[in-house]
Design a protein around this ligand. Structure first.
Ligand SMILES: Cc1ncc(COP(=O)(O)O)c(C=O)c1O
Length: 394
């Protein structure tokens, strides 16, 4: 145990978060260590960012090499190798032909919305500017992304937001068809698993229906894989099991091994509508973040790594299934891979607070859902231990 340091004074930080408990100073794989030397099992992964856990040696080596080379940033006025190689890797491993790099999930959402409008306009459909998003969906906090996010409480203080967003219910094929029939919709935006909204997997059949509806109506299908993409489900992309590809896909959280980075992946027919000067972002795809991302993507994208995530996810699913049967405070468990929601009786925030005291880091996904996001490199023993702790806390 180290010396107890004074709690840092966070009063100069804008009060939009209420950071809890310990001050973390070190980490190793699935563990975070506090200033006091206490170890916490991290089943938040920094809200799905730290897919490779803390202190991944390959990501660290890539960051060190980029620093040693001395080129952290050049701007997109010039060519750099890591961004080009990362874009190539993403294209080779997905439906996409082109990639735009940015800095966060919300910025990726904004990019996708702009690209969809630009595409519609390039075809002469000037009136096709609307978006269909879904009840329970979450796409970020900027004005366009927030408009497409089904959280009236987050939206109201900042109105007016971007106009033209229609909300449909997940599984409501007829409702989406009716909205598309108006001819005003450029894009349909959906998370293959609604993560913030309560860890609600969308049925493959609904994603397939959206694909067919978008094709028939001449609208673009956008998958938001900011939280569930890049290995989180045990597949490289969360939409893979549905057997349909989108026209655009947003990525962010795990992309650069913990550094801030977002991306919009798209097909050539969408990319062809965008011309130099149509969109931009100063930091997007800089050599430091792109080097880290290349290391993270190569590691996560290895088929044997993903097979191991799927194997462990069966263990986790079994533990959670047993918990649901044995613990009367559990109403439901659902999820895939290494993202699960445990619907509880009472307050999820209360469970998260008690778990923190017991040495387990969890987060919520709505008022009564505890969200479990272990790093993809978690061990069988750590999964067992985490779910045992959750059982005790419940
Ligand atoms: C599905 C989804 N899209 C977009 C975002 C926004 O990402 P960011 O917080 O990086 O802006 C999030 C963040 O939680 C998310 O879960």
């Amino acid at each position: 145990m180290g010396m107890t340091a004074a709690t840092p004074d966070t009063s100069a930080l804008l009060g939009v978060y209420r950071p809890a408990g310990p001050v973390f100073v070190a980490g190793e794989r699935a563990w975070l260590v506090s200033e006091e030397g206490d170890r916490f099992l991290d089943f938040t992964s920094g809200i799905a960012v730290n897919a490779l856990g803390h202190g991944d040696p390959d990501v660290a080596a890539a960051i060190r090499a980029a620093l040693d080379a001395g080129v952290v940033h050049t701007s997109n006025l010039f060519r750099t190798r890591p961004a080009a190689e990362l874009a190539e890797w993403l294209v080779e491993h997905s439906f996409a032909d082109r990639v735009f790099f940015c800095n966060s999930g919300a910025e990726a959402t904004e990019g996708a919305l702009k690209f969809a409008r630009r595409w519609a306009r390039s075809l002469g459909h000037d009136g096709r500017t609307d978006v269909i998003a879904f009840r329970g969906g979450f796409h970020g906090r900027t004005m366009g992304a927030l408009a497409a996010t089904d959280r009236p409480a987050y939206q109201a203080p900042f109105a007016p937001l971007m106009p033209g967003v229609h909300f449909a219910g997940v599984d409501d094929v007829d409702g989406v068809a009716k909205l598309l029939a108006g001819g005003t919709v450029a894009a349909v935006l959906i998370e293959p698993i609604q993560a913030e909204g309560g860890v609600l997997p969308v049925k493959p059949g609904f994603l397939q229906a959206l694909r067919a509806l978008c094709d028939a109506a001449g609208a673009l299908l956008v998958f938001d894989e900011v939280q569930v993409g890049l290995g989180r489900t045990g597949h490289l992309w969360a939409h893979e099991p549905a057997g349909v590809a989108p026209d655009l896909m947003t990525l962010a959280k795990p992309l650069a091994g913990g550094l801030p980075m977002g991306a919009v992946l798209m097909t050539e027919r969408v990319a062809a509508a965008m011309q130099p000067g149509d969109h931009g972002t100063t930091f997007g795809g800089g050599p430091l973040v792109a080097s880290a991302a290349l290391a993270a993507c190569r590691k996560i994208g290895d088929p044997s790594f993903l097979a191991e995530v799927r194997r462990k996810s069966h263990e986790l699913a079994n533990h959670l299934g047993a918990l649901a049967l044995s613990n009367p405070r559990v109403r439901d468990v659902r999820g895939a891979g290494m993202i699960w929601g445990v619907e509880v009786e009472g307050s999820a925030a209360g469970v998260v607070a008690r778990a923190l005291e017991a040495g387990l880091l969890l987060c919520t996904a709505g008022p009564d859902v505890v969200r479990i996001l272990p790093p993809l490199v978690v061990s069988d023993d750590e999964l067992r231990r985490g779910i045992d702790l959750l059982d005790e806390v419940l």
